[in-house]
Ligand binder design. Sequence first.
Ligand SMILES: [Zn+2]
Length: 164
Amino acid sequence: MTYRCSVCEELHDDLPDICFDKPDPWWGIPAEERDARIELTADTCIIDEEEYFIRGVLEIPILGYPESFGFGVWVSQKRENFYTYLKHPDSAAIGPFFGWLCTEMSFYEPSTWLLKTEAYFPGGSERPRIRLEPNGHPLALDQRQGMTLAKAWEIVHYYLDPPH
Ligand SMILES: [Zn+2]
């Protein structure tokens, strides 16, 4: 579905997801200590064997558009739930599990840091789905009410265009 973008005025096709490849606490570990203290994969992260994070998709419906917009974000998990997911990554029979959002999305004000979430596990090779607590935060409102395609592309440009 082609869309004339209101930000760059070009024609766009598919809406890309915006993904964060590590949880924010990764950045809080000094660079020279990361190898020793962090285990990071595309889907999971462990810091100091005591902080556990998983990556999931925070989906936002697009108004009048067949696909949703996805943010690849990280949420903390308690140890027990983290290992349940690690043991059964393809199971739809686990969860939902509580977690704190550990991805600061600077497009949004106020901060998205430590918003409350639940992780749902669709099973198969699908990533967990992250649902925000239904509060009044603008990101939570977008997830519940949907956003316009124009706003989604504004976010894509915000994250993918230099110098961000
Ligand atoms: Zn554009």
